[in-house]
Write a protein that binds this ligand. Sequence first.
Ligand code: NDP
Length: 245
Amino acid sequence: MDGIDGKVVVVTGGSSGLGEATAKLLAERGAKVMLGARREENLERIVSEIKEDGGTASYRVTDVTNKDQVENLVAGAVDEFGRIDVLVNNAGLMPLSPLEALKIDEWERMVDVNIKGVLYGIAAALPRMQEQHSGQFINLSSVAGHVVFPNSAVYSGTKYAVWAISEGLRQEVGEEIRTTTISPGAVQSELTTHITHEETAEGTSALEDMAIDADAVARAIAYAIEQPKDVDTNEIVLRPTAQPL
Ligand code: NDP
């Protein structure tokens, strides 16, 4: 199946920001979307907004650090919509801080969500895509998965890992299954609201001022999906025009 219309797309972290914008755009373009995240009230609102606009959507409350819940999310898409064409591994968090602040709980959380969450998504979707002989993984890395800044060491580490895992996956299963890494710069979302290190939080205001709309990322994801099946868009890097790094 080419294009977007009729495809079954699972989006992790679908309760705000990039995930919400992506789910809405893809549903508008005819995809059947299955959303996973922890905040049920947000998922309920987004699914009903999509349905009100004539789209098809459902959700499963999902913590991506729990592999059974990720399996349940993907199984839910197959149960309700019959297959899984695309998994957007989008759930992530970015509590930036200097290493010397020793925010070890936050390091662990980033590893669990940003890396292990992506791996659990691959574990749930890959066997089903292999059985179908088609499918696409869209994994959210970041500009911070290409460059490291002070205070981004652990976050960047997780996003470099997403890049590496995606590239390995592409080389291993690329004959039938497409893998796309999306690496955005500053985009409007709730991402910076979870920074607990005060000086670092203050330092992100310049980036927040130049942040582009989450729709820009949704459009990049739509582009990667809508290409003919013999075209695998391996990576898209997009950032605000004004963002230097
Ligand atoms: P948001 O904070 O708005 O969204 C993050 C999403 O991840 C939410 O839906 C949240 O849902 C979900 N999430 C967090 N933890 C978990 C968990 N344990 N289980 C399931 N879902 C979880 O930020 P963005 O939309 O910006 O972030 C989306 C992705 O984009 C992330 O991977 C981020 O690293 C990446 N990115 C963002 C950039 C930006 O500038 N905004 C730039 C580069 C990359 P809930 O809390 O309901 O579980």
